[in-house]
Design a protein around this ligand. Structure first.
Ligand SMILES: NC(=O)CC[C@H](N)C(=O)O
Length: 396
């Protein structure tokens, strides 16, 4: 057994769940304590994209793939400027990455970003527990052992619940920004992901490209990369932007981004969402999809353990085709509450929940899953073509 997997040589760490279930492990990343909602993701790779996805704010991410970190981390594969998850739970963490793109090991990157992690956890048992009982709050405590479990369970009881958290305000950008995407190319070949740069918005700058205003609730860079690749000019604005302010930006289309937390806590954003849907071609992804549904009168609810992974089967109700999709959500739209002018277009084949809808008379696309993947399969990437077509028609 290599030294990195030798429990005796390392600082102990403890994972305690809200219901008192505890797992002893080994400390990794920054030293300290991390509190959050324990969730699991079934991706075999893509840990860097997952950890930097702002939708994971406030959550301790368990990765079911047992060996994590083997290809290191790099500056190109970021989904936002930094790590957004509250902590990381793994079976085995690699300290010696091997990949030509690697710039740093995962444990060093976690430490540099002050993210507390725990390794040597039976992530299979933990995942089965969360699947049976539902996701719940948890704490990772470095230096603690099973004898300390009760004390940490009490500590956890005093922490605010994930569902009451205001995460969008913490992860989204709070001023208008323009998006510049720099593809990393060598000769003809595009290497890795394009670098995304956000610069202060200049209201007088503009170009020939159709203009999409992205309402940022915690946007993933891959959504911006995909929109940019469609030849669209992008301006990010905060969720609190009013309809009048959006009109001044003269958009040809609107993107409602992904983001963290319970959509039912974001009613302050709904007036703008309703206004843009009724005025411009609109595309909602994940939290954006949930807010779009709520703005038009539907309700959302919390799933028992959510959908997080790269292999969630989604059926297109009009073609019967099944796509393997990338997902990361804990809430969903309640289908029986959809108003008459919205029609379900996609369902999840695992639990038949709503994965997409269309508006019967307005140019609206809305999906619960992630067509941009990052990480995951690209089966659903055509949505960006469909949206760009709607935007171009509006700008013509
Ligand atoms: N990825 C997302 O946008 C997640 C949306 C929402 N926070 C949920 O968990 O359902």
């Amino acid at each position: 057994m290599s030294s990195q997997n030798n429990k005796e040589n390392r600082e102990p760490a403890l994972l305690v769940l809200e219901d008192g279930t505890c797992f002893e492990g080994v400390a990794a990343g920054a030293s300290g304590v991390a509190v959050g909602e324990a969730v699991f993701n079934t991706s075999m790779s893509g840990y860097q994209e997952i950890l930097t996805d702002p939708s994971y704010a406030g959550q301790l991410v368990t990765l079911t793939m047992p060996h994590i970190g083997n290809y290191g981390v790099n500056t190109a594969d970021m989904e936002s400027a930094t790590i957004q998850a509250a902590g990381l739970i793994v079976r085995s963490i690699s300290e010696t990455p091997s990949n030509y793109r690697s710039e740093m090991s995962l444990p060093d990157w976690l430490a540099d970003n002050e993210i507390v992690a725990i390794t040597e956890i039976d992530t299979r048992a933990l995942t089965r527990h969360l699947r049976d009982k539902g996701v719940m709050m948890a704490v990772i405590a470095h230096g603690a052992t099973a004898e300390d479990a009760e004390r940490w369970q009490k500590h956890l009881a005093d922490q605010p619940d994930y569902g009451s958290g205001e995460f969008v305000g913490k992860v989204a950008h709070n001023e208008p920004l323009s998006v510049v995407v720099h593809p990393e190319v060598s000769g003809e070949e595009e290497l890795g992901e394009a670098r995304v740069e956000l610069v202060p918005h200049d209201p007088d700058a503009g170009d020939e490209r159709p203009h999409v205003v992205v309402i940022d609730y915690g946007v993933k860079f891959s959504i911006l990369r995909n929109l940019d690749a469609q030849g669209l000019r992008l301006t990010l604005v905060p969720g609190s932007t009013s309809m009048d302010e959006i009109r001044e930006l003269k958009p040809d289309g609107i993107m409602l981004s992904n983001g963290p937390g319970d959509p039912a806590r974001l009613d302050d954003y709904l007036a703008t969402v309703k206004g843009v849907v009724e005025t411009y071609p609109t595309f909602g992804i994940c939290l954006g999809h949930q807010l779009l549904a709520r703005a038009l009168g539907a309700e959302t609810f919390k799933l028992p353990f959510g959908h997080r992974g790269p292999n969630q089967p989604v059926k297109n109700m009009s073609t019967g085709k099944i796509a393997m999709t990338s997902q990361n959500h804990g809430y969903a739209v309640r289908s029986e509450t959809l108003p008459a002018d919205l029609e379900v277009t996609h369902i999840n084949l695992n639990d038949e929940t709503v994965e997409g809808f269309r508006h019967k008379s307005l140019p609206v696309l809305s999906v619960q899953y992630h067509p941009e993947a990052g990480p995951g399969p690209h089966d659903a990437v055509d949505f960006f073509d469909d949206f760009a077509k709607m935007v171009r028609e509006a700008s013509a």
